[in-house]
Design a protein around this ligand. Structure first.
Ligand code: 13P
Ligand code: 13P
Ligand code: MG
Ligand code: MG
Length: 372
């Protein structure tokens, strides 16, 4: 019988601005899932990345299951009550609907789910990012699944070399899920053409062409599309199955050494480099820099091992130093040019309204007619 991995995450409040949830808040969410999860949920792990709490669950209900989604929703509601009690900032920030209606999609929390027939061994990675959006995963996923310069498995391993199918979503389309399917390597230039615009085109899932199995699930929700206004960044989660017919763990992790610039940081409105950090890390400099954490796990019949902390390894200290340097360098130019997101992506409507009123004050200077 198939196993489903579901990770549902939300920001329901944090200490001292958008830094990190309180210990009591995380414990409350964990207790709710622990008490009400079984027998539906086989195993669960709770963690936080910046101010976002993620509930990782294993079960046999398949993706989009109302019982699983309601469990997470109710856990975040219980957390919100504690956040209010403790005076945390942004209590209930990502819970955008008053009542639960079947599925957390479109209600604020981010969700990524993978359903599969279990392999004899089942290693996978759970990524969570804060102060950025799902497009942050475009570059690392492109490199890991379509570029042999990053992933030697694409030329070394017969099954991996059959390539991967990318399902890419147009997240600007609010009336429904607008998606395109493209295969690597044949259509890798088309994939690149879309993925370079990481604010609009976002990898939703990746599938093995050798076996048809799903390798990757990314949460693609856009909070400001749901709420119609700025409510926080769309801090994404992602699940990646690794090894055998999929890239190796090291091939999936390697691209995070780049510290590529992503949308995020202060007020969800800047370009900042993505810093790989240990599990349960908070936020600091300029409400950033945007961070990504990664837990490596193994799973058997729904039972999870303890998580290994991929970015806690000493190797990443050098990367972090370099990313901090890039972040400081970019911040030197404040709101000018590439430092701030383009108008269409700014999450604050104030500046748009101000521009509207300034626009009325422009005058077109009359052309001089002839010489006196
Ligand atoms: P091991 O020989 O340690 O199993 O590693 C195989 C591998 O592919 C690592 O990338
Ligand atoms: P969160 O989306 O993580 O709550 O951050 C909001 C923000 O932009 C802080 O500057
Ligand atoms: Mg927040
Ligand atoms: Mg957040």
């Amino acid at each position: 019988m198939k196993i489903t991995l579901s990770v549902i995450k939300a920001d329901v409040g944090s200490i001292g601005g958008h830094i990190a949830p309180s210990r009591r808040l995380v414990e409350t969410v964990a207790q709710h899932v622990g008490r009400n999860g079984p027998p539906l949920v086989i195993d669960t792990q709770i963690s936080h990345t910046g101010d976002d709490i993620a509930i990782l669950m294993t079960h046999r209900q398949g993706a989009g299951d109302p019982g699983i989604h309601k469990l997470a929703w109710d856990a975040f509601l219980a957390g919100t009550a504690v956040a209010k009690e403790q005076g945390l900032y942004g209590a209930g920030q990502d819970l955008l609907r008053d009542a639960f209606s079947g599925n957390v999609k479109g209600m604020g929390p981010a969700v990524a789910e993978l359903e599969f027939e279990e392999r004899p061994n089942e290693p996978f990675l759970f990524f969570a990012a804060d102060k950025t959006d799902p497009g942050a995963f475009n570059l690392p996923l492109y490199l890991a699944f379509a570029d042999p310069m990053n992933t030697p498995g694409l030329i070394l391993s017969p099954n991996i070399s059959k390539g991967f199918r990318f399902v890419i979503m147009d997240v600007n389309h609010t009336e429904g899920d607008r998606v395109i399917e493209l295969v690597a390597p044949e259509q890798s230039y088309d994939i690149a053409t879309l993925l370079r615009d990481s604010e609009r085109y976002v990898v939703e899932s990746i599938w093995s062409r050798a076996t048809g199995d799903q390798a990757v699930a990314v949460a693609t929700s856009r909070l400001h599309n749901i709420a119609g206004k700025y409510t926080g960044k769309d801090d994404p989660v992602m699940l990646v199955r690794v090894q055998m017919n999929f890239p190796a763990t090291g091939e999936i992790l390697a691209p995070y050494s780049i510290g590529h610039f992503v949308a995020g940081g202060m007020r969800g409105s800047h370009q900042m480099p993505l810093m790989p950090v240990p599990l349960n890390t908070g936020i600091s400099y300029f409400d950033g820099p945007p961070i990504v954490s990664c837990a490596a796990l193994a799973e058997h019949q729904g039972k999870l091992t303890e998580p290994l902390d991929c970015f806690a390894h000493p190797f990443w200290n050098t990367v972090r130093d370099r990313v901090a340097g890039k972040a400081i360098e970019m911040r030197r130019q404040g709101f000018f040019g590439a430092a701030m997101l383009p108008m269409s992506e700014l999450e604050y409507t104030g500046i748009v309204e101000e521009l509207g009123s300034l626009d009325k004050r422009f005058v077109v200077r009359p052309e001089r007619s002839g010489r006196a």
